[in-house]
Design a protein around this ligand. Structure first.
Ligand SMILES: CC(=O)SCCNC(=O)CCNC(=O)[C@H](O)C(C)(C)COP(=O)(O)OP(=O)(O)OC[C@H]1O[C@@H](n2cnc3c(N)ncnc32)[C@H](O)[C@@H]1OP(=O)(O)O
Ligand SMILES: CC(=O)C(=O)O
Length: 539
């Protein structure tokens, strides 16, 4: 029977102490729902003694049903030289309606005398009184021993006394905190082993990531006897962040075989991590272990050749177990195998021995040398492969375009594009304005195509990025434009490279529409009769 480890998520409390993160009450509610779906055991919603937003969160959470998680409210021990029953913060924890209170107290003698400036004795009383007050109020109490590892290293006897006080007052958990994130796994392991022999209350770990050891320290603590892990999704938190639950959960479950969450819940990990990064408006690093977009992405030709034979040659675990997926990147490091995988995904009749295969690999490598980077532009790559292997129908051809950008004194800058394209044998001439040259070009091209493809009105550019390519290299003076397009059901990325930013944008724009129109057959062309009926013909 595997040993169970409880997951305590503090994304909504310690996570919001991270720079750049601010969550509304609605955001917190949405995240709490997701965390519950993931199967975490505790969700720390905030500090009701700190601000009215957190008070409102607990008010709303009270009427919600959580299938897995208990909601916990955070606070500190009572203020020095006062009664716990008079302490506003402790009373707010009770009033929050949460069934669990998590309070932190001092373990490090230096902090007692310097930060809260009281006696070692009074600190012990603060811990005892506060835990007892909350227990008498009927709450489950998690005692977070702040700076426990630093405290233990400085004065082991006093640090142990502080947690014994919490135990004597009835704490349900004693959680050892590496608050400054400076401890090493060997130290954590040794100290947790000593503590689990010194107290009978179950022990937990709360690690920070200042030495990039938040995950390692949490695992070391569990292996030494801790049975609760506190952390945040994607490692958000104060300074360098908290221990990253998106890595800790699969490590505990898949590598160390503890019982943490169900197999099905683990499969939601990637989507939960990405969802929370969206809500928190934090960029998700592609190389984030387990859940990042590149966590199971293979680029080197040798790697791809091997994973085709058996994925475990270059994958430490199966991506599906955490809800992620394998990806194959096509780049200048690609061998034939990378293109083979991509072609298989697209159901193309692809033969590794075929001359065409060699030609397309050479073409991709040459284009990458010129500044193309297909890893981020799946749609352009797909068009290239389909063109090489299937031949693509020509939807339209450019005859010419002209740009006009006008700025006169006291007037906003105006951009206008004039486009002449041939669509189904007919030359169409359109002009359109836009809030910038690329927008004007996009509007003019759409105006020409919409007569034949009315559904393109549902397709929009959703992102546009320009990168100036290395001026010293072979690509001197070029820009790379990356465009993201969406039909609100899916998104696709296209690419253009040129020494002229408008031309690079044109290539990316053309691919974005071609991809929508032919590669995925997202929209069907209409004939002349239908155009008349829909009132789409320019008279
Ligand atoms: C390790 C952690 O992450 S702990 C959590 C840290 N998170 C936060 O601080 C975010 C939320 N904090 C807040 O909103 C505010 O700091 C509040 C409402 C809690 C307190 O605000 P204020 O009353 O203005 O106090 P302020 O923040 O300036 O100082 C903290 C006070 O708490 C006291 N204190 C600190 N830790 C403890 C403790 N464990 N037990 C009792 N008192 C404590 C300090 O001595 C200081 O009191 P002092 O002003 O008498 O010296
Ligand atoms: C309690 C807490 O957040 C810490 O010690 O880091």
């Amino acid at each position: 029977m595997p040993t169970s480890v409880k997951i305590f998520d503090t994304t909504l409390r310690d996570g919001t102490q991270g720079e750049g993160i601010s969550l509304s009450v609605e955001d917190k509610i949405k995240i709490a729902r997701k965390l519950d779906e993931l199967g975490v055991h505790y969700i720390e919603g905030g500090w009701p003694g700190s601000n009215s937003k957190d008070i409102e969160f607990f008010e709303r959470a009270r009427s919600m049903t959580f299938k897995n998680a208990k909601i916990t409210a955070f606070g500190s021990t009572r203020r020095k030289d006062s009664l716990a029953s008079d302490d506003i913060n402790l009373n707010r924890l009770v009033e929050s309606g949460a069934s669990v209170a998590t309070i932190f107290g001092k373990s490090w003698d230096f902090h007692v005398t310097t930060a809260i400036q009281t006696t070692l004795e009074e600190n012990l009383n603060m811990i005892y009184d506060s835990v007892l007050f909350l227990k008498k109020s009927g709450m489950e109490v998690i005692y977070d021993a702040e700076h426990f590892f630093d405290g233990y290293k400085n004065n082991p006897e006093y640090a142990l006394q502080t947690i014994r006080k919490a135990q004597d007052a009835g704490a349900d958990w004693i959680v050892l905190c590496d608050t400054n994130g400076g401890s090493l796994p060997g130290e954590v392991s040794e100290i947790v082993s000593i503590v689990t022999k010194s107290v009978t209350t179950p022990v937990g770990i709360h690690a920070h990531n200042d030495c990039e050891l938040g995950v390692a320290n949490s695992l070391a603590a569990v292996q030494a006897g801790a049975r609760q892990v506190q952390g945040t999704i994607n490692g958000y938190g104060e300074r360098c962040g908290n221990a990253n639950l998106s890595s800790i959960i699969p490590n505990l479950q898949l590598k160390l075989h503890y019982e943490v969450i169900s197999v099905e819940e683990l499969q939601t990990l990637t989507s939960v991590s990405r969802y929370i990064s969206e809500i928190a408006n934090m960029h998700m690093p592609v190389n984030q272990p387990y859940v990042g977009n590149a966590a199971f992405a293979h680029k080197g030709g040798i790697h791809v050749s091997a994973i085709l034979k058996d994925a475990s040659t270059y994958e430490h675990t199966k991506p599906e177990l955490v809800g992620n997926k394998q990806r194959v990147l096509v780049s200048e490091l690609a061998g034939q195998s990378n293109v083979l995988v991509k072609a298989q995904e697209l159901n193309l009749d692809f033969n590794k021995e075929h001359q065409k295969t060699k030609e397309i690999i050479e073409k991709i490598k040459e284009m990458e040398h010129q500044g193309y980077q297909f890893e981020g532009a799946d749609a352009t790559l797909e068009l290239l492969l389909r063109e090489a292997f299937e031949g693509l129908e020509e939807i339209f051809t450019l005859e010419s375009f002209k740009m006009l950008v006008e700025k006169s004194a006291n007037q906003a800058v105006v951009s206008e594009a004039i486009v002449k394209v041939k669509v189904h044998g007919e030359t169409i001439y359109t002009a359109a304005e836009g809030n910038g040259p690329v927008n004007a070009l996009d509007n003019a091209l759409r105006k020409a195509l919409i007569q034949y493809y009315p559904d393109i009105k549902n397709i929009h550019l959703s992102d546009y990025k320009v990168r100036v390519l290395d001026e010293k290299g072979a690509t001197a003076g070029k820009v790379r434009v990356l465009m993201e397009t969406t039909d609100f059901k899916s998104t696709w990325n296209t690419l253009g490279v040129s020494s002229n930013i408008i031309e690079a944008s044109w290539y990316a724009l053309v691919d974005s529409l071609r991809y929508a129109l032919i590669s995925r057959q997202r929209v069907e062309p209409v004939n002349k009769d239908q155009q008349e009926r829909l009132g789409l013909v320019n008279h």
